[in-house]
Design a protein around this ligand. Sequence first.
Ligand SMILES: O=C(O)C(=O)C[C@]1(C(=O)O)C=C[C@@H](O)C=C1
Length: 262
Amino acid sequence: IDDTSLFKYVSEMGNCSDDMLNLDSLRKSLVREEDTIIFSLIERAKYPVNSPLYDERPGFSGSLFEFFVKESEAVQAKAGRYLSVKENAFFPDNLPPSLLPPRGSQQVLNPRGASININEQILNMYYKNLLPLITSDGDDGNYAITADRDLDFLQALSRRIHLGKFVAEIKFRESPQDYTRAILAQDKDSLMKLLTFESVEEMIKKRVEKKAMVFGQDVDLNENDNVGNYKVNPSVVSRLYGEWVIPLTKFVEVEYLLCRLD
Ligand SMILES: O=C(O)C(=O)C[C@]1(C(=O)O)C=C[C@@H](O)C=C1
């Protein structure tokens, strides 16, 4: 792709928001999403694992949790949630249409890349790795509120991870030549190397651990009373980012770039 066609592509993007096209401000959005993710993790960790919520149940064609998510997503779809390219449903098939009209198209992304949805992978990671790590054993019967906390947490994770599409778009626009070479060769390893900044990743892992200490401490009026008492183990939050959030964001970035020139 030469500079002229890149310029044409960028100018055709028309009314895209500046915030989504600048790596610094997009990174600020990722930092803000950390707060949402950590608070929703703390909220979910208040309840035990409540495993019957996730078991197949007669009458629900799946688990109670799946039923809860599908019904919640249907309401949110009607209220326009999925009109935003930043939102991806966990069960996107058969969602009802929005009752609100679309809010002016934001065609920042390549249309094929924009439709990438790895929520199935996020959900599997959640059941298999995350829930056992952040919850205690047990069943207190509070299934509806537990499912509500799960969904909040999952939506925050999903939003953060799928912002990788925007990060990838910006990176492509910043170095079109380097990326084009790797995209034409469909070379995932080179793409992964090009988009990786290890120092940024290290900083994120340290910052989320610190945020977990600050957000998760017990606050009372006697100073120093609760030092070291946290609602979730801060190292679990750093692990969450190091093992899942950042790798899945990078996976989305690579998938996006692979179809960027389609
Ligand atoms: O900030 C970036 O450059 C990103 O691509 C995002 C991100 C992340 O997931 O936080 C992913 C890859 C980079 O190595 C650093 C950070």
